[in-house]
Write a protein that binds this ligand. Structure first.
Ligand SMILES: Cc1cc2nc3c(=O)[nH]c(=O)nc-3n(C[C@H](O)[C@H](O)[C@H](O)COP(=O)(O)OP(=O)(O)OC[C@H]3O[C@@H](n4cnc5c(N)ncnc54)[C@H](O)[C@@H]3O)c2cc1C
Length: 356
């Protein structure tokens, strides 16, 4: 079957790959270059998402942990196992027993072939791992493991797998309209496909709207990161004081990657870290580390927009699940995480085969 995939982020690439492996003739259209939008603005974690356990997202966490293992195994040159500290203070919001249960579940979901089991570190051991953490009130930390990636290089590696499987990748080719009968309009003319996969991330609803079709609302939530001088070879998962949110401070390419934020924004607003987000992140950093970081020490910043399934008033509690919806021959993908992109692609290919 001739299938068009619209969008060259990680979800588009993994979908195209799985469709090609299932025997379809796939053409992927990307309006700019591959891997230049949301998929390169991530926290660079291949993770189950420990905090989603609190929200009861067991299916998602289990799937993401299986997928974490797959990426680490298949692309060891672009991924690594990352030790992460969850420091606990006298004033922490979560009790040690709560974390213990969460981490036990996390390790269990990862299965026997997990990447290392969690353990408790005393305050002295914790400070040895991360000397800049504040010592006052520190009870200790849980040490656990997740995966870390170079998201751009790993996405381009997936593009390579696509090409090997026969996917025709067309960059700098914006899709202007798609129709339920399989018609796809480009600047140069119209093409007809047996199916069109709309996996344009935050722009998937806009593409339907500009095609005159009904579009389910997406929650567009900006997430920003700061780059600061390196502090430790361990990652840190930090409770934001006074909120249920967490912020990561991660070692990344000889720097410290600090993020992220959750700010709702319209699609056409610039996707960049605002001064308020910068101050918010530096505030969290100053709460945990000494000395605090100043704006002058900033080495850079970047931001991306999460295309989340609409429905939660609190963006941090919005589901990271993905969803498929058909309109004639168009299959639109909403939501999702980087880590689960291959699983999304597999289920999408199965869904297409079921439909036709
Ligand atoms: C701040 C932040 C941190 C995150 N951290 C993590 C993390 O650590 N781990 C994790 O697993 N997940 C993370 N995520 C989630 C993950 O990054 C996203 O779920 C994923 O990258 C979405 O990929 P995508 O392919 O759907 O979208 P995108 O990467 O945005 O790709 C969509 C593509 O479609 C193209 N496009 C749009 N319209 C058209 C058109 N009309 N014609 C042709 N092409 C078009 C765009 O140019 C773009 O390249 C994070 C997300 C954010 C925002």
């Amino acid at each position: 079957m001739q299938i068009a995939v619209v969008g060259g982020g990680i979800n588009g690439l993994c979908s195209a790959w799985q469709l090609a492996l299932a025997g379809h003739q796939v053409t992927l259209f990307e309006r700019d270059q591959l891997m230049q939008a949301t998929s390169v603005a991530s926290s660079k974690l291949l993770h189950g998402g420990l905090r989603y356990l609190e929200q009861g997202e067991f299916r998602l966490v289990r799937e993401a942990l299986q997928e974490r293992r797959w990426w680490l195994k298949k692309a060891p040159q672009l991924t690594r196992r990352l030790p992460i500290l969850y420091p606990l203070y006298q004033h922490s919001q979560r009790a040690r027993w709560q974390l213990k249960i969460g981490l036990w579940l996390y390790d269990s979901f990862a299965g026997k072939k997990g990447i290392g089991r969690h353990r408790w570190l005393t305050a002295v051991q914790t400070l040895r791992c991360s000397p800049q953490l504040k010592a006052e009130g520190l009870l200790g930390a849980y040490l656990f493991f997740d995966g870390q990636m170079d998201d751009q290089k790993l996405g381009l590696w997936m593009a390579e797998q696509c090409r090997k499987a026969g996917v025709n990748i067309v960059e700098h080719s914006p899709v202007l309209k798609i129709q339920p009968d399989g018609e796809l309009q480009l600047t140069g003319g119209k093409l007809k496909f047996a199916s069109i996969i709309n996996v344009a991330g935050p722009w998937s609803s806009a593409l339907l709207q500009q095609s005159g079709l009904m579009a389910a609302p997406l929650d567009l939530v900006r997430g920003s990161h700061l780059l600061l001088p390196a502090i430790s070879r361990y990652g840190h998962m930090l409770e934001v004081p006074g909120e249920r949110r967490i912020v990561f401070a991660l070692p990344y390419q000889q720097q410290c990657l600090l993020g992220t934020t959750e700010v709702r924004q319209p699609l056409d607003d610039p996707v960049q870290c605002s001064p308020a987000e910068r101050d918010y992140l530096l505030g969290v950093y100053a709460h945990y580390f000494t000395p605090a970081a100043t704006p002058e020490q900033l080495l850079g910043s970047f931001a991306g927009v999460r295309p989340l399934l609409a429905g939660s008033a609190d963006a941090s509690r919005a589901s990271r699940e993905y969803q498929f919806s058909w309109q004639g021959k168009i299959l639109t993908v909403s939501g999702g995480k980087w880590t689960t992109a291959r699983a999304l692609g597999q289920q999408l290919a199965a869904e297409v085969n079921r439909q036709f």
